[in-house]
Ligand binder design. Structure first.
Ligand SMILES: Cc1cc2nc3c(=O)[nH]c(=O)nc-3n(C[C@H](O)[C@H](O)[C@H](O)COP(=O)(O)O)c2cc1C
Length: 369
């Protein structure tokens, strides 16, 4: 009942994608979602090409179903793979001092916190990362933030379906012009990097503006959200926050408990980790930047500053309570249990089927009256 044309094209049974969410969306989560009939997508942004190869191969060990790789693409492509240490030199001294004094106040042990500064800065090695996607025959590539234009044709020639995450209609039109074959439209209520337009306003506008399949994202956490997206004309949903509270998600138990405890208005938007608007549960680092007279720097400066002072952005895995980045969307208020990811997929599908059946019978009854 729920299988869409996009599902058929991808070779999956259910129109449910788990969102790429940095290392949180690792092989275990992705394989569980794909094995349950959806499409799991690995979050590979902060990984080196060889790390991506390793997680892709691990995923192939766990599933023979289709899956994808998600990367944050930079607005301007820097092919050289700029190192964190190069970016660090561009950070103003006053920001370094401010960040250090915040870290000291928070009691962060500077020596154990600092990232490996030889790594490439966030979003500066995309071409080499995507090369691995093609070499390993990953069936789906998802690009977030920037345009896939520099690589879309090569990906398509290699048989990879190219999808782009967008936050407004103008971006949707632009990524399709640049080669995206599927648009994932994420409303502001979504967890992680986020725009300004709400999901229910965004979807019909994007559906009208592009002639490729549209996938709904932002605030979808149960079958009612999935049914609504399908009724609007979307061909699948891209779900992040709901999959954080699963057994397979690569975050700490206290972070999962935080999602379960959160109310709808608990997540806030902060630029304090990545320099871009990121919806997350607040913590000491976000609050300290709110109180600071200096604004966070733009990407990629702020994530390097964060990495230099409180540790790598990939603190989701092995994260420190109170300091680790804790992405979550407004749908967190609906989530009251930590489940196996396969159960989340099954619940989403069965609730959506029930909703659509209820709607059809209500409409039919009203027609008879
Ligand atoms: C903790 C967290 C990390 C995220 N990291 C990424 C990422 O690395 N790449 C990306 O494209 N989107 C990322 N996102 C956004 C999701 O892909 C997705 O668009 C969003 O979670 C959908 O809204 P929802 O949280 O309401 O389901 C992240 C979201 C969360 C909650």
């Amino acid at each position: 009942m729920l299988k869409t044309l996009l599902c058929s094209r991808l070779g999956i049974e259910l129109p449910i994608f788990s969102a790429g969410m940095g290392p949180i969306a690792g092989p275990e989560l992705v394989a569980a979602v794909s094995n349950a009939g959806g499409l799991g997508v690995l979050g590979c942004t902060s990984m080196s090409p060889e790390e991506i190869r390793a997680v892709v191969r691990r995923t192939y060990d766990l599933t023979d179903k289709p899956f994808g790789v998600d990367l944050i693409l930079p607005a301007r492509i820097d092919q050289s793979g700029t190192k964190m240490s190069d970016v660090a030199e561009l950070i103003p001294e006053e920001h370094k001092k401010a960040a250090q004094s915040i870290a000291e106040e928070l009691g962060v042990n500077q020596n154990s916190a600092v990232s490996n500064m030889d790594r490439n800065a966030l979003g500066t090695d995309a071409e080499a990362q995507i090369e691995v996607v093609m070499e390993e025959n990953v069936p789906v590539f998802v690009g977030a933030l920037g345009s896939p234009g520099f690589i879309a044709k090569r990906l398509q020639d290699a048989g990879v379906v190219v999808m782009s995450v967008v936050g407004n209609t103008k971006q949707a039109v632009s990524v399709v012009k640049d080669g995206a074959e599927v648009v994932i439209a994420q409303g502001t209520e979504g967890g992680g990097h986020t725009g300004h337009v709400g999901t229910i306003a965004l979807l019909p506008q994007v559906l009208d503006a592009v002639d490729v399949p549209v996938v709904a994202a932002g605030g979808i956490g149960d079958g009612r959200g999935l049914a609504a997206a399908l009724v609007m004309g979307c061909q699948a949903v891209w779900v992040g926050t709901r999959f954080l509270a699963t057994e397979e998600a690569g975050i700490q138990g206290w972070q999962k408990a935080g999602i379960v405890a959160a109310a709808d208005q608990s997540p806030v938007i902060s630029r304090s980790y990545t320099g871009k608007r990121f919806r997350m549960l607040p913590n000491k680092w976000t609050k300290a930047w709110e109180d600071n007279e200096l604004d966070p720097l733009p990407m990629p400066l702020q994530p390097v500053l964060t990495g230099m002072t409180i540790g790598p952005l990939a603190t989701d895995r092995g994260g420190k309570e109170g300091i680790s980045m804790n992405g979550a969307g407004n749908i967190a208020g609906l989530i009251d249990s930590i489940l196996p990811a396969s159960e989340v997929v099954e619940q989403l599908a069965s609730e959506a089927e029930a909703c659509i059946a209820r709607l059809s019978s209500n409409v039919a009854q009203q027609g008879e009256e």
